[in-house]
Design a protein around this ligand. Structure first.
Ligand code: NDP
Length: 356
């Protein structure tokens, strides 16, 4: 690709989940013109969550997909651009004053970057696991539970995800076995209590999956009790859900961004990475919480800092072709105008209110 074909952007946000979309809304509100590179599928992990009960502002549970749609709509109200392109490589070398990003479709140069690529489910690493994925082996109960209506299923893990997904599966499956490698749950007590209250959920303590049985479709699983070493073939289980945590998505970042031993991007409290001008937010830098509200909050922080960075460096940054300042959606513009009018009538300084 020649230099002329490289597209110039002020701010590129890699990833279009809650962190990326929130960052885009905040950046647009700061007068920056962000481009969100979303990957082939919209929304990130949250779209595989059936219902969120703990996202503030929604007293009734809201579907993960629906919340993403609302966030996307809100971003688009601020003229945020979303492209369904997958980032293949980046060049964040010190010797360049711009950040280079190559996708499957385009090459970009950005003044600042926010990484919100999220995390993907961990696998057990069993033989046939990959082959049987989608054929009895699943990493997303909310996506696949309905395929196992009135059948027994098993779910591996003892964390919040496994517990939450087990109760969800119990609405469809005739029986849900939780296969947990220890004798104590890791997940929240409230979720553990919900699980224990369900008649069709049984926890198999100190148990691990040893083998997946079946060639083109999961037919059964072999489990082992790691204390007694007793092996059992669970012949009735032909749906296995794996919920053993997540792995941050950082492959495309190559060597440029520092990560911890778990692969999570290391950021400071302002979401700054080791590279000046590159920020990270959401699950890709959060080994602890994995909450939508936390991801959104960190996206907001990253956008504020990235916008400040762009502003501070605006003299030497960007011959970016006349980036238009984003117009505010009509309603917001009206209410802001009204607020500042009110203030001037009250005898206060006539400042534009920025309700962030
Ligand atoms: P966690 O890391 O919390 O739990 C992973 C579970 O899988 C643990 O019980 C772990 O066992 C088990 N495990 C890990 N590797 C293996 C393996 N190779 N074989 C068998 N079992 C294994 O991940 P989660 O996805 O559950 O949660 C991650 C974060 O997301 C947490 O902070 C959680 O609070 C949050 N979350 C919150 C939700 C909510 O509604 N509030 C919903 C979902 C997630 P062990 O316990 O022995 O380590």
């Amino acid at each position: 690709m020649t230099e002329e074909n490289i597209k110039h952007e002020q701010l590129i946000i890699i990833g279009g989940g809650p962190a990326g979309l929130t960052a885009s809304i905040y950046a647009a509100r700061q007068g920056v013109n962000p481009l969100v590179l979303n990957g082939p599928e919209p929304g990130g992990q949250i779209t595989t969550t059936s219902e969120l009960e703990n996202y503030p502002g929604f007293p009734e549970p809201i579907g993960g997909f629906e919340l993403t749609q609302k966030m996307t709509q809100q971003a688009q109200n601020f003229n945020v651009r979303l492209e369904f392109e997958s980032v293949e490589t980046v060049d964040f070398s010190d010797d360049k004053d711009k950040f280079y990003i190559k996708t499957d479709m385009n090459e970009y140069q950005a003044d600042a970057v926010i990484i919100t690529t999220g995390a993907e489910p961990r696998t057990l690493g069993l033989e046939k696991e990959d082959k049987l994925r989608g054929n009895g082996v699943s990493y997303c109960a909310t996506c696949d539970a309905a395929f196992f209506r009135d059948q027994p299923v098993a779910i591996v893990g003892g964390g919040d995800t496994a517990l939450w997904e087990a109760t969800f599966l119990a609405k469809f499956a005739s029986k849900v076995y939780i296969i947990h490698r220890r004798d104590k749950l890791r997940g929240a007590k409230i979720l553990g209590n919900r699980v224990k209250a369900k008649e069709n959920i049984e926890i198999l303590w100190d148990t691990e999956v040893k083998e997946l049985i079946g060639d083109n479709k999961l037919q059964a699983i072999k489990v082992i009790n790691n204390k007694s070493e007793k092996e059992t073939v669970m012949e009735d289980v032909n749906g296995l859900f794996i919920a053993i945590g997540h792995k941050p998505r950082t492959e495309c970042l190559d060597r440029f961004i520092e990560t911890d031993e778990g692969g999570y991007i290391i950021t400071d409290k302002h979401q700054r990475t080791n590279v000046d001008g590159v920020y990270a937010a959401g699950d890709v830098q959060d080994p602890d919480y994995r909450q939508v509200v936390v991801a959104a909050g960190s996206g907001a922080k990253a956008a504020i800092k990235a916008s400040e960075y762009i502003e501070e460096h605006s003299d030497n940054l960007s011959e970016t072709e006349n980036i238009p300042v984003q117009p505010m959606p009509k309603e917001t513009a009206k209410s802001e105008a009204k607020s500042s009018d009110d203030k001037s009538r009250d005898g206060n300084l006539n400042l534009t209110l920025n309700i962030d």
